[in-house]
Design a protein around this ligand. Structure first.
Ligand code: SF4
Length: 401
């Protein structure tokens, strides 16, 4: 569990008013003190995240948040940040003190999570009433009946095993693995990983490492080569690889060096499926063919990796775009998701593979782009299109998306 990247773990967010028992619940779930508990309201100011193995679900990151009724200037910011976490959560646990009548923020949260008329994208949610040995207040009792909640006593641990079992059943299983549905035991996969100036010193990047590990988990063999040696090693193989997976930047050379009938895709396209839904990128592909004059293109990366000379996001893709789509395109580079009117000002968004984000977070971004009417692509999809590799680069995944 400690070696599972946070982006791979289901993200379970605890929300509730101050002193609802969120931190005590976190400690009860872990069976030890991982969060500070105090009678003083508002002890948790910044979110605390701890990983936890949940039977039936696997590693999960549990996030304890500030109270949704926090006060003052800073408190209001914390409430906003806590509520924002719903958007990237795989599951929310609403924690509420059972014997106390609901406050306005609790009613609002309850309606948002469990209300039938809520327009908000539904996140799987569980209601937990703390101080479970005391009788629930009337309205909370009604909530229990409506939402099918749990009563727990944090200090004694009563109700905790049932709650853990319910979390395992309710939280969505984490995202698919890179090769899920694409390979079977005994297959050979070829991974093409250029080691150029942009490659980090002494290691492979996360999408390559994850794919290599996934091949091992599927009892497959892998041949890992640089694009320069591919031609020679590919021809020395006496079994045809099930799949060749390349860094998108080497698409052109790799496609030229292997037979046309060889299934080929890229790490970035595997991650477009892993972190979202490939269908969500169709409007982006269509937009390339009918781009308006002077388009504003947002290049959106999801971490602050060190940019090198001839960087893919800031140099290579903008250069190719200007050569192949519109010379007058304006590029805006960001690591922050734009909001509202700013988001609507873009004609296209091209995202990195988002390997550091959870699938839920990427899906939420795709929803925001769709709602704003802004088409979106990722680096790999754009580079496959620019290298004339459509539909070839998507064909290996076509039967399963
Ligand atoms: S999150 Fe994006 S920018 Fe960061 S390493 Fe992954 S693909 Fe690259």
């Amino acid at each position: 569990m400690k070696t599972t990247p946070l982006a791979e773990q289901s993200r379970i967010v605890l929300l509730g008013i101050r002193n609802a028992g969120k931190s005590s619940l976190m400690n009860a779930l872990f069976g030890k003190n991982v969060a500070i508990v105090s009678e003083q309201p508002g002890t948790t100011t910044d979110p605390v995240t701890r990983s936890f193995e949940i039977p039936g679900l696997g590693p999960a990151a549990i996030v304890d948040t500030a109270g949704i009724d926090d006060e003052g200037e800073l408190g209001t910011l914390r409430v906003k940040a806590a509520m924002e976490r719903i958007k990237s959560a795989d599951m929310v646990i609403m924690v509420s003190p059972g014997p106390q009548a609901p406050t306005a923020p609790e009613r609002e949260l309850y309606t948002r999570l469990f209300g039938k008329e809520s327009a908000v994208r539904k996140v799987p949610a569980l209601l937990v009433l703390t101080r479970g040995t005391e009788s629930p207040e009337k309205e909370k009792q009604r909530w229990m009946e409506e939402a099918g909640g749990f009563r727990v006593e944090n200090t004694a641990g009563e109700g905790i095993p049932d709650l853990i079992a319910a979390i395992g059943k309710t939280a969505p299983v984490a995202e698919p693995t890179p090769l899920e549905g694409l390979v079977t035991e005994g297959d050979l996969v070829v991974l093409v990983t250029p080691i150029d100036l942009a490659a980090p010193k002494g290691r492979l990047i996360l999408p390559q490492v994850e794919t290599l590990r996934d091949a091992l988990d599927h009892d497959c063999a892998s041949l890992v080569v640089k694009e320069r040696e591919l031609y020679q090693f590919y021809r020395a193989l006496n079994v045809p690889p099930k799949l060749v997976i390349t860094d998108s930047q080497a698409f052109h050379k790799v496609a030229a060096d292997i037979p046309e009938e060889q299934p080929l895709t890229s790490f970035s396209i595997l991650f477009a499926r892993k972190k979202g839904e490939l269908d969500g990128y169709n409007p982006g592909l269509a937009a390339l063919e009918k781009m308006q004059p002077a388009p504003r293109i947002l290049m959106l990366e999801s971490c602050s990796h060190h940019r090198q000379a001839d960087d893919i996001g800031t140099v290579k893709i903008p250069r190719l775009f200007r050569q192949m789509v519109r010379r007058d395109a304006e590029f805006i580079f960001s690591r922050q998701m734009p909001k509202g009117e700013e988001l609507k000002s873009f004609d296209l968004v091209i995202m990195c593979a988002s390997c550091m984000l959870t699938r839920t977070k990427v899906m939420t971004r795709l929803d925001s782009f769709r709602d704003a009417g802004v088409p979106v692509l990722n680096y790999g999809l754009f580079l496959a299109w620019a290298n004339g590799l459509f539909p070839r680069a998507l064909e290996p995944l076509q039967s399963i998306f």
